[in-house]
Design a protein around this ligand. Structure first.
Ligand code: EPU
Length: 440
């Protein structure tokens, strides 16, 4: 992907974009294929970097992977799974966080796993303590070395009674991908129940796993000795859908998001309507636009599912800079997810960050020196500026602000956007954005 984008702002985005499989499901479903004794097929696969990273890592571990980009289908045959070279794993993993999820499947297949230093978006500390603790409770031995973390199963892993201190998506996936083939029963309390988790459970169930989701964030997994393959259509990317919906709001445009699914966007759609957006749910997607002449300010808190998701926050904050009055956003999932507001302020937005919990939910970050609440006053006139893309969602928000701003902005580091938005430039051009793409 080209790295520099010049944006001439002020044009409403109008037209249609289509979203495919979720970035937060597809790479994990690909890791699940490692657990099978037969080939698996995942469909509706987007062309994004995390998919390439997992493809590379699977191949290093002896899995045959065939990716048909046009049909969006990936075939994976894990029957030749083998141990990979650690230096090669490190080189391939790049800045993805997915390698941590290889632990369970690799321990079941070859008895050991290696996790290089993890990347991912810089939106907080993003520790892996929950992951390592649950792996220990399954019987894994863990040693941290300067090169990375070495995980070993000295004997068959056994099911355990587990409880997460916070409903972490990644740690819940770690438990699922390990417990399905561990001896006996695993009970996980405090689990994440995001739609992507349910879809991963559907993948594992197709492979032969026995998993029950109870009403109180408890997941019960009965381990089985062997799993087969799966054939699965990934659920669509609700975060990309929410991003384009916000783009319609911010630029006063009109965007039909083909593949947007109401079922996975309920909390987002409520907020969208309150801020002054309108939408029309159709069988094949959702059309988004501004309902009236002005946008309304909001008080909003991010939360785990079924709350308002943290990945929807950043594009919506751009819309709130254009609302008539004062909005408050309390980020309760990541401690450092307002870094992107610096560039918005440089463009003319009025945003103050606070350490206090400005919301009804006292979160883990209150009184801990984290600027995790934002007060946004609008409407502010935005003027184009130059910026470097800081992370996936923050980067999308910068581009969005530039599209709504008066004048020209130059964005560098655009490759980061490809971690979660496929064919981003094509989509912008298709919506009528006035942009130029270059290498540097
Ligand atoms: N946490 C810990 N220790 C751990 C794991 C998590 O303290 O061992 C904390 C995190 O620091 C964070 C909170 O728990 O404060 C939630 O983190 P979680 O584990 O749920 O996040 P994740 O699995 O690393 C996934 C998505 C994120 C999304 C979050 C929340 C993927 C690849 N990433 O991250 O997506 O924001 O869940 O829903 O699935 C994005 O799409 O831009 C993105 C960052």
């Amino acid at each position: 992907m080209s790295n520099v984008l010049t944006i001439h702002g002020g044009k409403p985005l109008v037209g249609s974009v289509s979203v495919r499989g979720a970035k937060n499901l597809v790479p994990k479903a690909m890791v699940a294929a490692l657990l099978g004794s037969k080939p698996s097929v995942i469909r509706n696969v987007p062309e994004i970097k995390d998919v390439d990273v997992v493809t590379g890592l699977l191949r290093l571990h002896g899995v045959v992977v065939e990716h048909d980009c046009d049909s969006g289908e990936i075939y994976m045959d894990p029957t030749g799974v083998k141990t990979a070279n650690n230096a090669e794993i490190d080189a391939f993993a790049g800045d993805s966080r997915i390698p941590i999820l290889f632990c369970g499947p690799l321990m079941h297949a070859v008895g050991a796993a290696f996790i290089p230093d993890l990347g991912g978006c810089k939106i907080g500390d993003r520790p892996i303590d929950f992951h390592l603790e649950v792996l220990r409770q399954f019987g894994a031995e863990i040693s941290k070395e300067p090169t990375g973390t070495y995980i070993r199963a000295p004997r068959r892993l056994t099911g355990a009674k587990l409880e997460l201190p916070y409903p972490s998506v990644g740690a819940t996936e770690q438990v699922l991908l390990t417990a399905v083939k561990a001896d006996g029963i695993t009970e996980l309390k405090g689990a994440a129940v995001e739609p992507e988790i349910h879809d991963l459970i559907h993948v594992l169930q197709k492979m032969g796993a026995v998993i029950t989701v109870q009403t109180d964030r408890t997941i019960r997994i009965e381990g089985v000795p062997e799993l087969g393959g799966y054939n699965h259509v990934a659920l669509n990317d609700r975060n990309e859908s929410a991003s384009w919906a916000s783009a319609a709001l911010v630029t006063n445009g009109d965007i039909f998001v083909e593949g947007a699914t109401q079922r996975d966007l309920t909390a987002f759609l409520n907020v969208y309507r309150k801020i002054g957006g309108d939408f029309d749910v159709r069988d094949s997607g959702i059309r988004f636009w501004r309902g009236g002449d002005t946008l309304n300010p909001l008080v909003l808190e991010t939360d785990v599912h079924p709350g308002f998701m943290t990945d929807w926050q950043q594009p919506l904050v751009v819309a709130l800079t254009q609302a008539q009055g004062v909005s408050i956003v309390h980020e309760t999932v990541y401690e450092n997810r307002f870094g992107f507001t610096d560039a918005l302020i440089r463009m003319g937005a009025s945003i103050q960050l606070h350490r206090e919990c400005l919301g009804s939910v006292p979160c883990r970050f209150g009184q801990r020196n984290f600027l995790h609440s934002a007060v946004i006053s609008g409407p502010a006139k935005l003027t184009g500026t130059n910026f470097n893309i800081p992370d996936l969602r923050g980067g999308f928000s910068h581009v969005l602000a530039a599209l709504a701003a008066e004048g020209t902005s130059v964005a560098t580091g655009m490759a980061v956007i490809n971690r979660g938005y496929e064919k981003f430039f094509d989509k912008l051009e298709g919506l009528g954005a006035d942009i130029e793409i270059s290498e540097n």
